[in-house]
Design a protein around this ligand. Structure first.
Ligand code: G3H
Ligand code: ZN
Length: 288
């Protein structure tokens, strides 16, 4: 069933686990995500990026997520979220389309501009009764249309605890994306969670914190993140890798098949396997 993100996040906040926010781009990925949530009786966030909206169209992708949530996850809560919204027009369209949550990513702007741009979208989201996620500090790497090159001094891009209170009070965000050592893309062994920084942020604000760049992150870093206040973990790259690698393998095996259903089906199953393992690591299994 499709629910407001606040019911999922409030429970995760009370019980101390993280929700997975998984990016979808089509029917098969959506089915893989939702089937994993159903199999593990876990709440789940399904999110779309601006790049996906360009690719699939807002209405088609919204209807796919809504329909799969209603029909395949009858008693499992699924929330729909816009990931890395940069364009106010797109954010407004998503709110009109019924999203219960949007991410306004103005993180590359200087602090005061980030606050002003974020506040505009937060106010608009609240008019719809929706939640808004802000981002303070930038997540390095590439995600859809968002690209931040990895510099020699990555720490400079991390969230500065000394401005967190001011940012949250001035923007009125409902959830806060922080940069604490993870990156967009798959960089196993190179990503980490800066425990001290995250702990400092958690002490300063009571808002549910969001960890972007969850692909490639070790089990122990995930545990640290959850222990110090992360309540949503975003995963995209590992889903794309599972989908595409399975597709390539399957195409090679079925050289004479022209049936897209037979060629794509195993990719849906691969998505489900990845999502199930993440839900277990995040602690949301059995919390539906
Ligand atoms: O916004 C989406 C996520 O932050 C994706 O992160 O590339 O590590 O999967 P990822
Ligand atoms: Zn992200």
């Amino acid at each position: 069933m499709l629910v407001h993100i606040k019911t999922l996040v409030s429970k995760a906040q009370r019980q101390g686990y993280a929700l997975g926010a998984f990016n979808t781009a089509n029917l098969e990925i959506t089915q893989g995500i939702v089937r994993a949530a159903v199999a593990r009786r876990s709440p789940v966030i399904v999110q779309v990026s601006e790049a996906t909206i360009k690719y699939a169209g807002l209405k088609p992708i919204t209807h796919i997520v809504e329909t799969i949530a209603k029909n395949e996850a009858v008693d499992i809560p699924v929330a729909l979220h816009l990931d890395h919204g940069r364009d106010f027009h797109t954010i407004a369209e998503c709110l009109h389309a019924g999203f219960s949550s949007i991410h306004i990513d103005a993180s590359e702007l200087p602090l005061d501009e980030n606050i002003a741009v974020t506040r505009q979208s937060v106010d608009y989201a609240h008019r719809f009764g929706a939640w808004a996620q802000g981002e303070l500090g930038s997540i390095l790497g590439k995600e859809g249309l968002v690209k931040v090159d990895i510099p020699d001094d990555p720490d400079r891009y991390m969230t500065d605890p000394s401005v967190v209170r001011r940012y949250v009070a001035a923007t009125r965000v409902d959830t806060l994306a922080v940069s604490v050592g993870t990156m967009h893309g798959f960089y196993r062994g190179k990503e980490h969670v800066d425990r001290r920084r995250l702990a400092a942020i958690s002490r300063l604000v009571r808002k549910p914190l969001v960890l972007h760049g969850g692909s490639g992150l070790s089990r122990s870093s995930i545990r640290t993140a959850v222990r110090y206040g992360i309540r949503i973990i975003n995963i995209d790259t590992e889903l794309r890798m599972a989908f595409t690698e399975t597709l390539r393998r399957n195409l090679r095996r079925k050289l004479t098949s022209y049936d897209p259903r037979k060629i794509l089906g195993p990719s849906t199953d691969a998505i489900q396997r990845v999502v199930e393992s993440k839900l277990a690591m995040f602690g949301s299994v059995g919390r539906a």
